[in-house]
Write a protein that binds this ligand. Structure first.
Ligand code: BF8
Ligand code: SF4
Length: 621
């Protein structure tokens, strides 16, 4: 594969050239060494769930058609998928738990670096959780809310409270199907139990638990993470910033925050403005400290502070290869262990901070909320002191730096619409906005970097579909200039007029991947206003370059919430016709939505548009 075939982004291509010249290995090289990848794994037909195995089913029907225990391809594929959902839901929800624990400590005065930034949200969510707020201080309310939220994780009776935010018909359907999520941890534990040797051995039955576990993520863990992070750090409002490798600075100390939890990155952003450290930075010969993000923690600080973003998931190594990064500070999720070896070839300090996540060759600086600001200062100080070690001959920062407009929380969207979803509904009714497309998710080495994301989103807006985005798709769109009001020029006439009237981009950045919960809520607001279910909306979702288990959990809850979803990379399920049919067809009769798999982004856009057309027709539009 040639370098220009690896990424659509010229900045990334430049760094791939540099990597080649300097003999650095990247994810693209390692992928090539894996080829051809294991066919059994791709089809999902290998099982290692007990030590009579590993077992694998012959997809051509010539060899074994059952595992040692008698498990068929259907059972093995479904069980493997359920474990992926469980891992994804666990990642989002364990992140949420840490946010709630910080919130709790803050309310008890044990995490002095944090405070309440959105009182209105605190009070409204407290009321939702049945907490009386009258006559209480914010801290008292916060303490009670933190307690109530923590109970959602280990809940033994009743269902998750956030599910009440779903439209009535949806909630009723979940209850009828028996997939209304109970405790968040409980669903994940039950997945592990069910997939243990000799427990759940019916593919449909297994997958229903997958839907329930996904729902415990979307309407549970992820939603709680978004809520608490908004209370602690502020609900995002529209603001401008810049993205791509060119945001790295030649004259400033570059500190990259990479990973997912704003608990850490918020403090790093604050510490980088500390007068003591700024003075030290000058003494070291820099003109300032530049904090920039990668992946979702980057999205979090981008949405709330406008700190720039260096890149998407596949650009993490490329950032180091610029030779201009003093510190790569990571917490959890989507951090490549390869960064250890790579950073040791440059002056970059690879600082790991989560008590849960260590990596090869890192400087461990464990982050604890009780000393959050102090530790953040120590981390930034380590970066500042590393500045003199920068090797000028090794520095090459690409020019590319793109402006973007971000910060479209549900609150911000409603306020841009003048306080109610009605203007958007009118625009949908008139056909100016033909539908809503939610495009989210990762990069995947199997797809040309950002090609799936950008092509699909461009097709959608061209056809007057207003796009909402999160995660790495949002960053990819930002790099392509799609998150600017000016990008309305690329939209169809109807959408262009609406965007111009409101001063918004045709692609709205709604946050990190846990913030897909915001997409669920805006969908619910639209459905409620129209008096229909989410599955009736002229809306469709896509994850053109997904790779993570979190994305599988997201897929499970988005479809269970009633939204047709197109996957750009093939999930490991094709080894079972039954599971494949269930996911791509039968689910329609269960939850009113299903998956499709379509690697070609043009065809994926067509599938979404066809779906939107059908839904418009059904609504009489
Ligand atoms: O949680 S989109 S590569 S960064 S998993 Fe990871 Fe995928 Fe990016 Fe965010 Ni989401
Ligand atoms: Fe093989 Fe069954 Fe054990 Fe899986 S659970 S490894 S299929 S014997």
């Amino acid at each position: 594969q040639e370098i220009h075939e690896k990424s659509i982004d010229t900045a990334s291509q430049a760094m791939l050239w540099k990597a080649k010249e300097e003999g650095m290995e990247t994810v693209w090289d390692r992928y090539e060494k894996q080829l051809p990848q294991c066919g059994f794994g791709q089809l999902g037909v290998c099982c290692r769930n007990c030590n009579m195995g590993p077992c694998r089913i012959d997809p051509f029907g010539e060899g074994a058609d059952k595992g040692v225990c008698g498990a068929t391809a259907d059972i093995i594929v479904a069980r493997n998928l359920l474990r992926m959902i469980a891992a994804g839901a666990a990642a989002h929800s364990d992140h949420a738990r840490d946010a709630v624990l910080t919130f709790k400590k803050m309310s008890e005065g044990k995490a002095g670096s944090y405070r309440i930034r959105d009182e209105t949200k605190l009070l409204s969510i407290a009321l939702e959780y049945g907490i009386a707020v009258e006559g209480k201080s914010c801290e008292e309310v916060a303490a009670e809310l933190a307690h109530a939220l923590l109970l959602e994780f280990g809940k033994q009776d009743g269902n998750l409270l956030c599910t009440k935010r779903a439209p009535g018909p949806r909630l009723k359907l979940w209850t009828e199907l028996g997939i209304e999520p109970r405790g968040i941890d409980r669903e994940i534990v039950e997945c592990m139990h069910r997939t243990h040797m000799g427990v759940d051995n019916n593919a449909t039955h297994i997958l229903l638990q997958g839907l329930r576990t996904g729902l415990s993520d979307g309407w549970g863990g992820s939603m709680i993470a978004t809520d608490v992070q908004d209370i602690l750090f502020g609900t995002p409002q529209p603001r401008r910033s810049t993205v791509n490798l060119g945001v790295l600075s030649r004259e400033k100390i570059n500190v990259i925050v990479h990973g997912h939890e704003p608990i850490l990155s918020e403090m790093i952003v604050e510490a980088a403005e500390d007068p003591e450290l700024l003075k030290l930075a000058q003494e070291k010969g820099a003109i300032g400290i530049n904090v920039a993000g990668i992946c979702c923690t980057g999205n979090e600080t981008l949405m709330r502070h406008g700190t720039p973003i260096v890149g998407t998931f596949l650009q993490q190594e490329l950032a180091v290869i610029t030779g201009a990064v003093e510190a790569m500070v990571v917490d959890v999720q989507c951090v490549m262990p390869s960064l250890g070896e790579l950073t040791s070839c440059y002056h970059t300090k690879f600082i790991s901070t989560s008590p849960k996540a260590d990596f090869p060759n890192t400087l461990r600086m464990e982050f604890h909320e009780d000393r959050a600001y102090e530790i953040a200062k120590e981390i930034v100080r380590a970066a500042v002191e590393n500045f003199p070690n920068r090797i000028p001959e090794k520095v090459n920062i690409p020019e590319e730096k793109q402006e973007c407009m971000v910060g479209f929380s549900v609150e911000a969207i409603l306020s841009a619409l003048g306080g109610s979803p009605d203007p958007l509904i009118e625009a949908i009714k008139s056909g100016a906005v033909w539908g809503i497309g939610a495009v989210v998710g990762c990069n995947n080495i199997k797809v040309m970097h950002n090609h799936g994301h950008v092509t699909l989103v461009k097709e959608l807006i061209k056809n007057n579909v207003l796009v909402v985005t999160t995660g790495c798709n949002a960053i990819a769109c930002a790099e392509a200039g799609l998150l600017l009001p000016e990008a309305a020029e690329l939209a169809g006439d109807g959408l262009k007029t609406v965007c111009k009237a409101l001063g918004i981009p045709p692609v709205l950045h709604m946050g990190s991947c846990v913030d897909i919960s915001r997409i669920l809520l805006i969908s619910s607001a639209l459905a409620n206003r129209l008096g229909v279910d989410i599955s009736d909306l002229p809306a469709a979702a896509a994850a053109p370059e997904w790779m993570s288990e979190k994305a599988v959990s997201i897929g499970a809850y988005v479809v269970s919430s009633g939204v047709f979803t197109v996957l750009g990379t093939v999930p490991p399920v094709l080894g079972s016709q039954a599971v494949t049919a269930l996911l791509t067809k039968d689910l329609n009769n269960v939850v009113g939505a299903s998956f499709a798999v379509e690697p070609d982004p043009f065809k994926a856009a067509d599938l979404m548009l066809e779906h939107i057309d059908e839904k418009r027709k059904a609504l009489g539009l």
